[in-house]
Design a protein around this ligand. Structure first.
Ligand code: ADE
Length: 233
């Protein structure tokens, strides 16, 4: 998979050279490049923003550098998916991550200030599939941190990135429930005992206990994830 990111702070993405995603890049499974939006400006001040038409607080990102950036990066593949992180977008979930992990080429456009001139989204739709995606119902200072979170969630689903693919199956959100609690040695730590069932060696009983824990946690912490009937119980 190829991922291009456009940002006025490309060095944010240096962190993605670490750990599993760094290894995936070394292995050629993932090709990740962060580009400076100002590289597509042509004035002395490398201007990327201006005052909003119609008035109001803050600045809006100018369309010209975005147009040039998208033209150049979108030309590298047939029909890329162009993602703009935005608190006004559709909600990012594990399902979104799975969908995006199956694609060949993603371009992330990180807005700052009060956002990007709306015409950029319309234009981008002529070159690829456009998605405005929100990380959650809160406001960040720009799209960079949201993009990093999305790249990490997507990247670990690309085959070969996580060493043991089985570890992906039993995680929170993969089956619509939160993950069961995990324990390791020692069996007693600061007077706290690991649940007996996990020491029983009975795999069927352990599996049933873990399933029940998943429901219990989901009911108490995230009832919104359950169908209405289960959430009441
Ligand atoms: N940019 C600012 N806030 C954001 C959010 N909640 N999700 C995605 N991008 C954002």
């Amino acid at each position: 998979m190829r991922i291009d990111v456009v940002s006025i702070f490309p060095s944010y993405f240096d962190g993605l050279k670490l750990s599993l995603l760094g290894k995936a890049q070394d292995a050629g499974i993932l090709e990740l490049a962060a580009h400076d939006l100002r590289g597509w400006t042509h004035d002395r001040h490398r201007t990327v923003d201006d005052t909003p038409y119609g008035g109001g607080a803050g600045m809006v990102m100018k369309p010209e550098p975005w147009g040039l950036a998208i033209d150049e990066l979108a030309a590298a593949s047939d029909r890329p998916t162009i993602i703009f992180p935005s608190p006004a977008g559709e909600l990012f979930t594990q399902k979104t991550a799975r969908e995006l992990a199956g694609l060949e080429h993603l371009i992330f456009g990180c807005g700052r200030y009060e956002g990007i001139d709306e015409r950029v989204f319309e234009y981008a739709a002529s070159l690829g599939q456009v998605r405005l995606i929100s990380l959650g119902d809160y406001v960040l200072n720009g799209g960079e941190v949201a993009t990093m979170a999305m790249i990490e969630a997507i990247g670990r689903l690309i085959p070969g990135v996580v060493g043991n693919p089985e570890s992906l199956v039993e995680e929170s959100h993969e089956d619509g429930l939160l993950e069961y609690p995990s324990y390791t040695k020692p069996s007693v730590w600061r007077d706290r005992q690991v649940p007996d069932v996990l020491l029983s060696g009975n795999h069927a009983v352990i599996a049933a206990w873990r399933r029940e824990q998943q429901f219990e946690r989901t009911r108490s912490r995230r009832p919104d994830l359950l169908p209405a009937d289960d959430a009441e119980g």
